[in-house]
Design a protein around this ligand. Structure first.
Ligand code: 13P
Length: 341
């Protein structure tokens, strides 16, 4: 294990002004995104879409520190034969890889899931390193409902995350540890704060027990928000304050950075919340984005699968990447959002 290299990559992933593009949708998930814009889910269309995103300038060079890829994409070549990994590297961005095999029902715990994919992971890591990946991602999913989450699900998922993280570091790959507390329910923001705190406390205990070197990791958490169906929604300031409070209680100072998932928030909410946290500041980690939907929804819509719309798709990506880059240093504003949009 090369701790210096791991630490260097982890800091590069969360450097001020930049964040991560989560473009690691599985074939089934990208199907849902393509269905929404009327695009057929073929290998060529997936390649064309991702190629135009990865070639977008200045977004890639100025605001995207790393890209999380799906297994198919890390092996794919652009139309001109250049590996997509090289296209990403040419912008100075770091290729990463999603290595979990998805969340499946957790036996004995109705309504809860466990993320699979640990089998043969050390061997796969070696291959991904050779293909150019310098960081990886594993997403654990924790739902909130009556009697949920259970301790069983929290513990099992955090243990799997820690096992994954230790395997990554053995292969000199920085683990993004992603324990996502979903915002699908009708719970209020206090309940999200309680569950997020419980999950993060458990996660850092497991990472310690599995001997993961925190300096060579990046945390990808949910923000503390009310459930989408909650009658009590929260202000931008409340989300920012509660999220910082929970993280300060749970995340050791040794962790280089925090890169949030967007989790179903609107594009502008995801940007505004990140910006508000960085405007408050005073915490020991760099805080940035690792968004999937909140970075890609607008470019996907503008593109809609038509070659003549690539420039419009790239303009939409440039805009969202710039807005989130500004939010990562607390320099975003609604006025800038409107002017550039
Ligand atoms: P969202 O930002 O769309 O939540 O996706 C981020 C991600 O990587 C989920 O695993």
């Amino acid at each position: 294990m090369n701790i210096d290299q791991l630490t260097e990559v982890a800091y590069a992933m969360v450097q001020p002004g930049k964040g991560i593009l989560a473009a690691d949708e599985s074939t089934a998930t990208i199907q849902k995104r393509f269905d929404a814009i009327g695009v057929e889910n073929t290998e060529d269309n997936r390649r064309d879409y991702r190629e135009f995103m990865f070639r977008t300038q200045p977004a890639m060079r100025e605001h995207i520190s790393g890209v999380i890829l799906f297994d198919e994409t890390i092996r794919q070549k652009a139309k001109d034969g250049t590996p997509l990994v090289e296209v990403i590297k040419q912008s100075g961005s770091i290729p990463g890889i999603k290595v979990d095999a998805g969340a499946r029902p957790l036996p004995g715990c109705p309504g809860e899931t466990i993320t699979e994919g640990l089998d043969r992971l050390p061997r796969r890591m070696q291959e991904y390193y050779d293909l150019g990946a310098r960081f990886a991602k594993w997403r654990a999913v924790i739902d909130i409902a009556d009697g949920i989450p259970t301790w069983t699900a929290v513990k099992a998922n955090c243990h799997a995350l820690a096992r994954y993280a230790a395997i990554c570091q053995e292969a000199d790959i920085v683990p993004i540890v992603e324990p996502e507390v979903l915002m699908d329910g009708d719970h209020d923001i206090k309940r999200c704060a309680e569950v997020t705190e419980w999950v993060l406390k458990t996660l850092y205990q497991e990472l310690y027990e599995l001997r993961v070197v925190l300096e060579g990791t990046v945390l990808k958490p949910n923000m503390v928000v009310p459930g989408k169906k909650s009658p009590k929604q929260a202000s931008v300031e409340e989300v920012a304050e509660r999220t910082i409070q929970v993280l300060e209680r749970c995340v050791p100072v040794a962790v280089p950075g925090i890169a949030y998932l967007s989790g179903g928030q609107s594009d502008e909410d995801a940007t505004a919340h990140l910006d508000a946290m960085n405007k408050i500041g005073g915490f020991p980690w760099h805080m940035t984005f690792s968004y999937g939907r909140a970075l890609q929804a607008a470019p996907q819509k503008a593109w809609s699968g038509k070659p003549e719309n690539v420039a419009a798709g790239q303009a939409a990506f440039n805009h969202r990447a710039r807005m989130n880059g500004l939010a990562s240093t607390g320099e975003w504003s609604k006025d800038l959002e409107k002017q550039a949009g």
